[in-house]
Ligand binder design. Structure first.
Ligand code: UGA
Length: 440
């Protein structure tokens, strides 16, 4: 199959490289010439484990190319995937489809009849219909429009793409169905189920999946609060409920709230769609509120651990990216937490294995350290915000020796209380029994 991928963001670049790895011929198109120049030189615009090697091997085999020129990129394509950004529009949370529609207008002028246009970007219900209307307006005839939402996670993107739990295809005609079946045929060998639905259903499935996962996280975060109040352990509760197949063990890790480029944006966009449809989605609405409040609760936790006042205190923060194995800072819980600490008069030193360059412009006024121990040096408390693997096995004696105040606030529950206490640290976790804050 010959495929064009419009947009070389997370989803576009990973999908493009993986399709090429399946043996298809893929051309990735992006207007951003510095990104495309970089890709020609083997420089990835994002930090994703394994992506540089995958891109290189497929470029070397001649299956993966990059261009800024849409005409060149799509001229032979049987399928054109749209994977441009759909950020939340300022003010109303609605997904901003400007880039999607711009891409469609441009494509309308250059694609040949018989092409299948596929949205891979997360787009609200009805976007496929609007794309069809634009194509008609622009005089492009005999083009199919399908929806094929992507479910990969950052940090595990390649494995997720190659071993999906399912492939969802929203297609209204046989041609679109057949082209997409052919593109994903290599995955059928792994028995990945393909679910063919109507286009609107596929569009909504993506939002429903992300919203449900966001609900699961907020649910366990609230259960963690309850665990603290009644002296129970959320890790064991999560295991106890997660072993029930109907619930499942994943996405039950209590923490500082979900972040990233998807859950915050997609839950808001789902609410917007629901408002427009005149249907209330109370569970998702509440989830958004619970998650917003969560970050401030984490600041209170650090403040309580420090005796009720952070002003004049030095706080070391480990992990700034919204999750491990990425340099993505979009909607990272670290941002409101660090900002609130600074506002309340604390000094903040931070270390993140890869997100420093993304974090610097977002968090002016913090000191960046070169490793976890340097961040901890002289601090009154150490706060783990993102659970990078390298923070899971710190030498706690060394951490304690580096710290001024011997306080470890573990917002990701990566340590055992007994180990931390043995190193002489006062340990605060999330939802693991009643926290003994000083003066409480
Ligand atoms: C999420 C979905 O998991 C993907 O399936 C989807 O394709 C993607 O959004 C998207 O729509 O593009 P992603 O945002 O990359 O993927 O990362 P996740 O691993 O889902 O984590 C999201 C947030 O939830 C992170 O802040 C993470 O720390 C938090 N989280 C996750 C928890 O707090 N607890 C958990 O148990 C799991």
């Amino acid at each position: 199959m010959r495929i064009a991928m419009i947009g070389t963001g997370y989803v576009g670049l990973v999908s493009g490289a993986c399709f090429a790895d399946f043996g298809h011929r893929v051309c990735c198109v992006d207007k951003n010439s510095s990104k495309i120049d970089g890709l020609h030189r083997g420089i990835m615009p994002i930090w994703e484990p394994g992506l540089d090697g995958l891109v290189k091997s497929n470029v070397d085999r001649g299956r993966l190319t990059f261009t800024t020129d849409t005409v060149e990129g799509v001229k032979d394509a049987e399928a054109v995937f749209i994977a441009v950004g759909t950020p939340a529009r300022r003010g109303d949370g609605h997904a901003d489809l400007t880039y999607v529609f711009e891409a469609v207008r441009e494509l309308a002028k250059v694609i040949k009849p018989g092409t299948v246009i596929v949205t891979k970007s997360t787009v609200p219900v009805g976007t496929g219909d609007k794309i069809e209307a634009i194509l008609r307006e622009e005089g492009a005839t005999d083009v199919s429009v399908a929806s094929n939402p992507e479910f990969l996670r950052e940090g595990a993107a390649i494995a997720d793409f190659k071993h999906p739990d399912r492939i969802v295809v929203g297609a209204e005609d046989d041609r679109a169905q057949n082209v997409l079946r052919e593109i994903y045929r290599p995955l059928f060998l792994n028995r990945a189920p393909i679910l063919i639905t109507g286009r609107r259903t596929a569009e909504l499935t993506k939002y429903a999946a992300n919203a449900f996962l966001a609900v699961k996280i907020s649910f366990i975060n609230e259960i963690a609060d309850l665990c603290e109040a009644v002296d129970a352990d959320v890790q064991d509760v999560a295991r106890g409920i997660g072993l029930d197949n109907r619930i499942g063990p994943k996405f039950l890790h209590a923490g500082p709230g979900y972040g990233g480029s998807c859950f915050p944006k997609d839950t808001l966009a789902l609410l917007q769609t629901a408002d427009e449809a005149g249907v209330d989605q109370r569970i998702v609405r509440t989830t958004v509120g619970v998650n917003d409040d969560r970050k401030q609760q984490m600041v209170e936790r650090v403040q309580k651990a420090l005796g009720g006042d952070v002003s004049g205190k030095r706080v070391a923060v480990l992990g700034l990216a919204f999750k491990p194995n990425t340099d993505d800072m979009r909607d990272a819980p670290s941002i409101p937490i660090v900002k609130a600490l600074l506002d309340r008069g604390a000094t903040v030193s931070a270390f993140d294995p890869v997100a420093r360059h993304q974090a610097e412009p977002l968090l002016p006024g913090i000191e960046f350290a070169d490793d976890a121990y340097a961040a901890a040096k002289g601090a009154d408390a150490l706060v783990i915000v993102t659970e990078w693997d390298e923070f899971r096995a710190l030498d706690l004696d060394r951490v304690a020796a580096s710290l001024n105040g011997k306080i470890l606030v573990d917002l990701r529950n990566v340590y055992d209380r007994a180990d931390a206490e043995q190193a002489g640290l006062t340990y605060y976790s999330i939802g693991r029994g009643k926290p003994a804050f000083p003066g409480a």
